[in-house]
Design a protein around this ligand. Structure first.
Ligand SMILES: [Zn+2]
Length: 353
């Protein structure tokens, strides 16, 4: 259990405070040239720890309440599948926890670790269940050793695997935020192992999760209708953590996004063409504010500027707020030119008479 002095997760939730999380390490570090896309292994933690620390600090500067250890898919099997050594797994997890802990202590923020699905879960396979449990135990043992304030068990596809993860978290006395990936576009939405999503989330809450919800896969336009529905169906603290990409009614999850010019599937290598604009981020924030949510933020595709928009919409004044643009239109922007020649050229640039 954590023995740090910051206000804990459950205390914040029970006093009605919204916790702002910020992730998206993988996509952002890929974009910056420090991690590989596709395998989704957080190798930047081993190869470029300073850059991981930089991004953690950027997110705090932009307004997150929590520093998250970047260890998504750091489990042994995934590491080996992706050409790394099995023994690098523990080292990576320790490094990731060290980075997030250091920044959280320095900035007075919460400290968590983002734990992925194990990719080994099979509903009717006892051996697979044991293997998942073992993987979670190895990771959560380290999370407990480093004193995380809670674990963020994220992007799980199967309810059954979430049950195992929660059981292990409780063994270590760790509070857990559990979010499932809303892959399903059925009505009602189902988990990968065919539980109704709202039922799965309610069961996890009733079983002791501190907060439950959905993360990843959907951008604001298709996450908001889902979370509105879940808000009606689930009683208790709810989390909403969308991706920073534009999904649409026709292409509701990022797996379905297509490059508008070529028609080719965009996920994962061409996903950057679907990044949200600032006004779309602001819309997401305003829609979430209408709901009683406990835990919000962005997952893959996040950037410090998106986090700043969310934080400011929620009334926060993070250090980055001082650099938020106050110029609303091109005419008001601060190029500094004045006079008839500028006005004439500007009209031409803007396509006005
Ligand atoms: Zn994600």
């Amino acid at each position: 259990m954590s023995n740090r002095r910051v206000k804990g997760l459950k205390e914040r939730i029970s006093s009605g405070e919204v916790v702002i999380t910020g992730e998206g390490y993988l996509m952002e570090l890929c974009r910056r040239g420090y991690n590989q896309n596709g395998s989704f292994i957080p190798t930047a933690v081993l190869d470029h720890p300073d850059r991981v620390e930089d991004f953690t600090r950027e997110l705090v500067h932009a307004g997150v309440d929590v520093c998250s250890a970047f260890l998504y898919y750091a489990n042994k099997e995934k590491m080996v599948k992706s050409g790394r050594k099995a023994e690098e797994s523990e080292l990576l997890i320790r490094r990731a926890l060290e980075i997030a802990k250091k920044v959280s202590i320095e900035t007075g923020t919460l400290f968590t670790a983002g734990l992925a699905k194990t990719t080994q879960y099979e509903p009717d396979d006892e051996e697979a269940h044991k293997s998942c449990e073992h993987e979670y135990r190895e990771q959560m043992k380290l999370c407990a050793e480093y004193g995380v304030d809670y674990v963020a068990i994220e992007t799980l596809w199967d309810y059954g695997e979430a049950v195992i993860a929660l059981k292990v978290a409780k063994e270590f006395g760790l509070e857990a935020v559990i979010t499932l990936a809303p892959n399903s576009i059925r009505d009602p939405p189902l988990t990968f192992d065919d539980y109704e999503l709202s039922v799965a989330l309610q069961n996890l809450l009733d079983d002791g999760a501190a907060c439950v919800g959905v993360n990843c896969v959907r951008g604001p336009k298709t996450m908001i209708p889902l979370i509105k529905r879940l808000r009606q169906e689930v009683k208790g603290p709810l989390a909403c953590v969308a991706i920073g990409y534009k999904t649409t009614e026709e292409q509701p999850t990022w797996y379905r996004l297509r490059n508008p010019d070529t028609g080719e599937q965009s996920f994962p290598d061409d996903i950057s063409g679907h990044c949200l604009s600032d006004s779309e981020v602001a819309w997401y924030a305003e829609e979430m504010k209408k709901l009683d949510l406990a835990y919000i933020g962005f997952c893959c595709g996040n950037s410090a500027s998106y986090t700043r928009i969310l934080a400011m919409a929620y009334g926060r004044q993070p250090p980055a707020a001082q650099y938020a643009s106050t110029y609303v239109t091109q005419e008001e922007s601060a190029h500094g030119y004045k006079g008839e020649r500028y006005d004439r050229k500007l009209r031409e640039f803007l396509g006005r008479k």
